[in-house]
Design a binder for this molecule. Structure first.
Ligand SMILES: C[S@@+](CC[C@H](N)C(=O)[O-])C[C@H]1O[C@@H](n2cnc3c(N)ncnc32)[C@H](O)[C@@H]1O
Length: 273
């Protein structure tokens, strides 16, 4: 195939008229699960935001830090909402390096991301991919891949990494979060990274404003939130130290230096008590 990846037969066909952020993200991380429309969007993004690939890599680095934090806190099951294409250090690999029995339910609503996840994860025990919309928690909980992999009598870590900002006010993000939290036992965790302009560096703020304009051209526009809005959305959780901070400041790992990105996100981990 000359223009992008094969997708499985059946299932929803990918929308090739508009860039998909899952596939743009894959391209930025060096993957090949993307189409011309995604690469053109990525090229525009790189032109208007040189260095943005570093920001994407930093988001992925936060994901890895958060996963390690959750496993070390004793949580060995993950629900990864908006999981994308599991390139570069996916959740089950990072978690299983510490606890080989970790179970992971990946969820995405982008057909190419789901199809490639199916290929990559085929044959792995205790790991699944489900096609569902994270804005509809009931559809996520009832997906066989989620139901069969996660034991809701024990704590689960819910990952909403670079995805909650795709839920706008009309989606009622508070009720989305409640739809997950209300099913989880104490000790469960939420790890969130979220696009924002609430940043200390003016160059980062300007980059995020530009990013928000760009995303309006994709199938998933961004809804930026500031620290207090994000903390407010998560107010039913106990926030783990240091609370809502710039992503680069959340449990920095000296072993894993940050790429120089443009723009930043907010990051936070919260616990169900
Ligand atoms: C920027 S990528 C982040 C991927 C991964 N979480 C990470 O941080 O590396 C956002 C992902 O969220 C997915 N996504 C966006 N809106 C979604 C929705 N309503 N339900 C499920 N997935 C969604 C996109 O398809 C994409 O794969």
């Amino acid at each position: 195939m000359t223009d992008g990846p094969d997708v499985r037969e059946g299932g929803e066909p990918p929308d090739l008229q508009r860039p998909s952020i899952a596939r743009v993200y894959d391209y930025m991380l060096g993957g090949n699960h993307n189409f011309a429309v995604d690469r053109e969007f990525a090229a525009r993004m790189l032109e208007r935001l040189p260095g943005v690939a570093g920001t994407f890599a930093n988001n992925r680095a936060f994901l890895r830090r958060a996963v390690r934090y959750c496993v070390r806190a004793g949580v060995d099951q993950f629900l990864d909402l908006g999981s994308g294409i599991p390139t570069m250090g996916s959740v089950h690999e990072v978690a299983r390096a510490i606890d080989p029995d970790t179970r992971v339910a990946y969820v995405d609503n982008e057909p190419v991301a789901v199809a490639h996840s199916e290929q990559i994860l085929a044959g792995l025990d205790g790991v699944s991919i489900s096609s569902a919309d994270m804005r509809d928690p009931e559809s996520v909980w009832s997906a066989p891949g989620v139901r069969d992999v996660l034991d809701l009598e024990r704590p689960v870590a819910v990952l909403m990494v670079a995805v909650l900002h795709f839920a706008g006010p009309a989606d009622d993000p508070r009720s989305i979060l409640d739809g997950y939290r209300s099913r989880l036992v104490p000790g469960s965790l939420f790890a969130v990274s979220h696009a924002t302009t609430d940043l200390r560096d003016p160059a980062d703020r300007a980059a995020m404003e530009e990013g928000e304009r760009l995303y309006r051209e994709s199938s998933t526009p961004l809804h930026l939130r500031d620290r207090s809005q994000l903390a407010d959305l998560l107010s039913a959780l106990t926030l783990v130290d240091p609370g809502v901070v710039e992503m680069r400041d959340w449990h920095r790992d000296p072993e894993e230096p940050e790429a120089r990105g443009v723009g930043e996100a907010l990051a936070v981990v919260g616990r169900v008590d």
